[in-house]
Write a protein that binds this ligand. Structure first.
Ligand SMILES: [Zn+2]
Length: 319
């Protein structure tokens, strides 16, 4: 069965065709995030290009899966709210089905990334898995007994908004000390900004001051790689908080594995020791001794592959 999987990002709309033998086509365009119509037009373009390219090879696409950062009502195929897109109560499934004539399945991007890691990535074959996407923000997906857990409204698994420090820095969601406010790329850069504000001097802070807009967590990693103590400490602290978050997830879900993906993995070698120590210290022994903390193996393809799997499994289940 050949299916399309599309990852709708804030800047790119990327898709692939997956059949029994693997990935057979790819397509990637810029996302027109200026309006809901612009986003939907881009989705239709990617969908029809992939379908035509597959058809030219004699491959017939049977369904479309879509992963979107935001709150998604899976049952209705509606994007309720999306932080990086002008999508509000958008009936994405019906619009795409109407244009393509194919069955369409829509879910949160981290949910489908979790599905991909559980089916064909680092957690292949595992029934209980928690997935964290570590990037500018932090997303999460939960696999329970082999299935994506979505909650009552499809809003579950916002693992980035698990509070790990009640009096911590403010988060985009309005709370304080969420994992995302402590550990994400944005949070790491904010710590450097705070160092600059109090006049703390170091090559890392100087680089930040020279061009705050261009500064990123990758820059912190570079300074840590070069042996700069404050950069190393900062990433270690982030790793420690990440481990506290993971310990809570381990205690709640008793998963076989916690898998990690996203751009921050480039910094993981500076975070991993503290992450594993804090998880070790804070998680309950029975679950802690069972769980494996693994780096996802699918990279940037994870979202697209997960969306394709969502379509394939949705079609097989007759939904
Ligand atoms: Zn939050």
């Amino acid at each position: 069965m050949a299916v399309i999987g599309i990852d709708l990002g804030g800047t790119k709309t990327a898709g692939l065709v997956l059949d029994g033998g693997g990935i057979v086509e790819r397509c990637r365009i810029d996302t027109d995030a200026s309006s809901q119509d612009g986003v939907m037009r881009g989705l239709l373009v990617v969908c029809s290009r992939l379908r035509e390219d597959a058809a030219s090879r004699g491959v017939a696409v049977e369904a479309v899966g879509l992963g979107i950062a935001g709150f998604v009502d899976y049952e209705r195929g509606v994007v309720t709210e999306a932080p990086n897109h002008p999508l509000r109560d958008a009936h994405v499934r019906d619009i795409l089905m109407g244009s393509s004539g194919l069955p369409v399945f829509v879910d949160n991007d981290a949910n489908v990334a979790a599905l991909a890691e559980a089916r064909m990535g680092a957690g292949k074959g595992l029934r209980y898995l928690v997935h964290l996407t570590l990037g500018t923000g932090i997303g999460g997906g939960i696999i329970i007994d082999g299935q994506v857990y979505r909650g009552a409204l499809g809003a579950a698994a916002e693992l980035g908004h698990m509070i790990v420090c009640e009096n911590g820095p403010p988060c985009n969601c309005g709370a304080h000390g969420c994992l995302e406010a402590m550990v994400s790329g944005v949070a790491i850069c904010r710590r450097v900004e705070e160092m600059a504000a109090v006049g703390q001097a170091s090559p890392m802070v100087e680089e930040f001051l020279a061009d705050p807009e261009a500064f990123s967590a990758e820059a912190v990693c570079r300074h840590a790689d070069a042996g700069e103590g404050v950069a190393r400490d900062l990433l270690e602290q982030s790793g420690w908080h990440l481990g506290i978050g993971i310990a809570s997830l381990v205690n709640i879900f008793n998963p076989d594995a916690v898998t990690l993906s996203g751009g921050l993995l480039g910094c993981l070698h500076h975070m991993e020791g503290a992450m594993r120590r804090s998880c070790e210290e804070n998680a309950i022994a029975i679950s802690r001794d069972h769980v494996r903390i693994l780096t996802g193996t699918l990279g940037e393809d994870g979202g697209m592959l997960g969306a394709a799997l969502l379509a394939r499994e949705g079609l097989n289940a007759g939904r």
